[in-house]
Design a protein around this ligand. Structure first.
Ligand SMILES: Cc1ncc(COP(=O)(O)O)c(C=O)c1O
Length: 401
């Protein structure tokens, strides 16, 4: 009997399939080729060189002189756990400002691991409110809050919060908490500089703006965060950055490094640098503008809208589009994926079933974005959802440039 998964594997579909989930994102050929290199023995200095290149390259992409990166064989949840276990003592308190599904996920993970969490409210459609952060910190007269965990871009809501305003809120409250930023979805898409943002620590993962397969997470810490980790009595092994600070690759990874992913990461970081970070950010801005133009066009049909109500907070990485109650979002995605070869995502958590998400981060260009917009518009029309001319609007925007 043919199982459904076998059926999909056997089916040859001509041409490229477009991947516009907000992670994983398409992997460039150069990165795929790097993945296929043979692994090396633990003592091979070439391997040390690859890892040193990943560390140096990531530091440049994070725009940091002061941050020290530690890599883990893990996804973004693993990187969250590395931040929790290293930067929060058992039973410590952390402030997690509400920005949607992902801030709540990080908060819950901290609670599961025995930390206490203070949340600021999540207001759907809006970025994090710096005033609420300042107030929460001012109310913490005993300075119990050890860290503020900020999700820069919430990939579910498609909202990017203003890190400068949030850092300023911490300063205004004169609070010593560490400022820890999740750049899982924003790195490579939004202008970001770890040192200039005043971030004491940053967490990220390989499968979004870094254009790699899933499987590498990282935590980068400055001297202040390092001292907290060093003094932290929380029992930990695999995630412990203190044990990982070593010249030996085997120690750096608490065991065998995920070598092929490191080869891939080195290649991907090289591609970002070759393009130039300024250009990478400008390209993401331009691609986001195209998607936003299309959504403006679709909106004219009266059914769809942006989930994010503040235009300046709409992310360069992903756009979340809300749909009328009762819309079959899974059917919409299935039509786009199976009939038109373009994959995009559904909304998550409290937004599940209420919208869909078009990722425009990573190895994308004008043609791939126009492609997914075309597929999405065709799928919307196939389901009878009234939409205005979104693709035409995006195409005209390309023409004006
Ligand atoms: C902002 C953000 N943080 C953390 C995560 C968790 O990452 P992962 O799914 O790799 O565990 C995601 C996943 O999409 C994310 O978008």
């Amino acid at each position: 009997m043919t199982t459904p998964s076998r059926r999909f594997i056997d089916q040859r579909i001509p041409g490229r399939r477009l991947l516009h989930s907000p992670g994983p994102t398409p992997v460039p050929d150069e990165v795929l080729h790097a993945l296929t290199m043979q692994p090396m023995d633990h003592g091979d200095p070439r391997l040390d060189e690859v890892i040193a290149d990943c560390e140096a390259g990531l530091k440049r992409v994070l725009q940091t002189d002061r941050g020290e990166p530690f890599f883990f064989g893990c996804n973004g949840h693993g990187a969250w756990e590395a931040a929790i276990e290293n930067l929060l003592a058992p039973n410590a308190r952390v402030l997690v400002p509400g920005t949607g599904h992902f801030s709540e996920g990080w908060a819950v993970q901290a609670e599961v691991l025995g930390r206490r969490v203070t949340r600021t409210p999540w207001v759907p459609g809006l970025p994090i409110d710096p005033a609420a952060v300042e107030q929460a910190l001012r109310e913490d007269k005993a300075h119990e809050i050890a860290a503020v965990f900020v999700v820069h871009t919430d990939t579910s809501s498609g909202i990017t919060s203003d890190l400068a305003a949030l850092r300023a809120a911490v300063e205004a409250a004169k609070h010593p908490a560490l400022f820890v930023v999740d750049v899982v979805a924003s790195l490579g898409a939004e202008r970001f500089a770890m040192d200039a943002a005043g971030a004491d620590a940053v967490v990220g993962a390989s499968q979004k703006g870094l254009m790699c397969p899933p499987g590498i997470g990282f935590l980068a810490v400055n001297e202040r965060a390092w001292k907290v980790a060093e003094a932290n009595p929380a029992p930990r092994a695999y995630w412990d950055i203190v044990q990982r600070r070593s010249p030996l690759s085997y120690r750096k990874f608490y065991g065998t490094p995920p070598q092929n992913l490191c080869f891939a990461l080195r290649a991907a970081l090289g591609l970002l640098e070759q393009e130039g970070l300024q250009q990478v950010w400008a390209r993401h801005r331009q691609l986001a503008d195209l998607v936003h133009a299309a959504v403006e066009g679709w909106k004219a049909g009266g059914a769809l809208d942006f989930f994010c109500t503040v235009p300046a907070a709409r992310s360069n990485a992903v756009t979340t589009i809300s749909v009328p109650e009762g819309t079959d979002v899974d059917a919409l995605r299935a039509i786009a994926r199976e009939q038109f070869q373009s994959a995009f995502a559904g909304a998550l958590g409290p937004l599940q079933g209420k919208g869909f998400r078009i990722g425009h981060l990573g190895d994308q260009n004008v043609s791939t974005v126009l492609g997914v917009l075309g597929a999405a518009e065709a799928a919307l029309r196939a389901l009878g959802i009234p939409v205005g001319d979104g693709v035409g609007r995006a195409v005209r925007l390309v023409g004006e440039r």
